[in-house]
Ligand binder design. Structure first.
Ligand code: GTR
Length: 393
């Protein structure tokens, strides 16, 4: 039985497959047309009307609504300081970010390496780690390419990371554990727009930012949030909501990350909802095999980063994520940056592998290889940050 769905944005038309089954630009909901049908023509209309409207649509239909922002119970505790980590190149700090709610207590363990050679506050790249603690060894006995912390420090960046499992274990447990169990109202039915696990992780990234802002060794105006795959989806949703992140990086984030849902190949809305039923709001399941009825598409999520910096990375062998759909979304977010006097990716032609696009406010690269976060990716993120952070300071 068909359920009733929201009216699509008036500017979106039904999808007629293009030559390769992909959505044409004209078939996407227009980020610059309000639900009322009125076109947005100024930066203030974007900021005051369309941006909040799009955020709300993503909250309601895709990622879900949080019951709490920064809890009053939030506390930071420095657990350890090692001034001569990484052969003296960095100071390692371990911070416990704790909170409590009606359903109990929780804590996020933040691991931070700050370069020793700079006396001035440094920019910071915060990785959302969903790949387990072996990716982010505090002792540096294991050095994973997923988090080449030494290379970040060498290039003058503080390297920060936290484990998503501290916020919410990646399990379909009917939202009993993690921050859902701590903050959700007890004894009431769960609403169809309640937060899923990706929204919970994004909430966690914002709580880490709450701490980063308090550390005088870090330049809080130059914090980039980085995530791969499910972490990349999380980085985008966190960055869309939390404007304190000056740069948002999504690596191979695919479905419900950087890739357009309309015309997508590989993982679709129905497939991701089937495999990961706990990641998104219950409402999102209404759009299984009905992506053209969604009042948003992922280019609108990307546009929510404007005027801040955004970087999207794809990999040639990552057909499940669909590099072309990721690039297409990056291009389609461009008009919002242009309205704000900036440029997006600056071309609509997908670049060859290993030809990064770094000049616009939206950066992009396609790496040869598989679905992973590699040293090559990190160095392009830093090239992009070097170029644009330097301009803004
Ligand atoms: C895949 C999943 C993707 C992506 C990825 C990951 O299997 O289908 O949406 O999130 O996992 O996080 O590794």
């Amino acid at each position: 039985m068909k359920q009733s769905l929201p009216n699509s944005s008036p500017s979106s038309t039904s999808l007629q497959s293009g030559p390769d089954g992909r959505a044409a630009q004209s078939e996407l909901p227009d980020p610059l047309v309000l639900q009322s049908g009125k076109t947005v023509t100024s930066a203030s209309e974007w900021k005051q009307q369309r941006r909040p409207e799009i955020l709300e649509l993503f909250r309601q239909y895709v990622y879900g609504r949080v019951p709490v922002e920064r809890p009053d119970t939030l506390k930071f505790e420095t657990v350890s300081i090692a001034p001569n980590a990484m052969d003296g190149h960095a100071t390692r700090r371990q911070i416990r970010i704790s909170f409590s709610g009606a359903g109990g207590d929780g804590a996020i363990r933040l691991l931070l390496f700050i370069p020793n050679r700079s006396a001035a506050p440094v920019p910071c790249l915060l990785l959302i780690n969903h790949g387990g603690p072996q990716n982010t060894d505090a002792e540096r006995a294991i050095k994973s390419p997923f988090w080449p912390a030494e290379e970040l420090v060498q290039r003058g960046y503080a390297a920060a990371t936290f484990e998503v499992a501290d916020v919410d274990p990646d399990e379909d447990d009917d939202f009993q554990n993690g921050v859902h169990g701590i903050f959700d109202a007890k004894g009431k039915p769960r609403s169809p727009d309640a937060w899923g696990t990706i929204a919970a992780w994004a909430w966690g990234a914002s709580r880490v930012m709450d701490y980063l802002q308090t550390d005088p060794r870090l330049d809080a105006a130059r914090v980039g949030l980085v995530g791969h795959s499910r972490g990349g989806k999380t980085a985008l949703w966190a960055g869309a909501q939390d404007e304190r992140f000056a740069l948002v990086v999504s690596n191979n984030s695919g479905s419900t990350g950087a890739a357009l849902a309309r015309g997508k190949q590989g993982e679709t809305i129905a497939k991701i909802n089937r495999q990961f039923p706990h990641w998104f709001a219950k409402n999102y399941k209404l759009f299984n095999d009905r992506e053209t009825e969604l009042p948003v598409d992922q280019h609108m999520l990307l546009a929510l980063m404007a005027p801040r910096l955004l970087y999207i990375a794809s990999a040639t062998e990552d057909a499940w994520s669909d590099p072309a759909a990721e690039f297409q979304a990056a291009v389609a977010a461009g008009p919002v940056y242009e309205l704000l006097g900036l440029s997006g990716v600056q071309t609509s032609i997908m670049p060859d592998p290993e030809v990064p696009l770094l000049d616009g406010h939206i950066g992009y690269h396609l790496r040869t290889g598989k679905h992973e976060l590699a040293s090559y990716d990190w160095h392009r993120f830093m090239d992009f940050a070097d170029r644009h952070f330097a301009k803004s300071t």
